[in-house]
Design a protein. Structure first.
Length: 95
């Protein structure tokens, strides 16, 4: 799992995710460059930056042969979202 985070958020996210390593999930933290954060704070450019970042990350995941799920601080998923996604995955992969 690769998490792109602000520098200040790294220690908190490290503590919140430390249980994943013993469960066999490798976590890598990558720092979002300051110039990207600056652009993302300006209203006129924030959605362009978000769209570009999501596009680049989806391509990176595809080239690495991994899944991609973008999670933002304002996202909310029902408790059945991921179990249902895992249920549907074999149907999509068989095509």
């Amino acid at each position: 799992m690769v998490l792109y985070v602000e520098t200040e958020a790294r220690p908190v996210l490290f503590r919140l995710t430390r249980w994943l390593s013993p469960a066999g999930i490798d976590i890598q933290f990558r720092t979002i460059p300051d110039w990207v954060l600056k652009l993302a704070q300006e209203f006129n450019t924030q959605f362009c930056v978000l769209g570009c970042a999501q596009n680049v990350l989806a391509h990176m995941a595809g080239r690495a042969g991994t899944g991609f799920h973008m999670l933002m601080p304002d996202h909310v998923h029902d408790e059945a979202y991921f179990p249902n996604m895992f249920r549907l995955a074999p149907l999509l992969l068989d095509r």
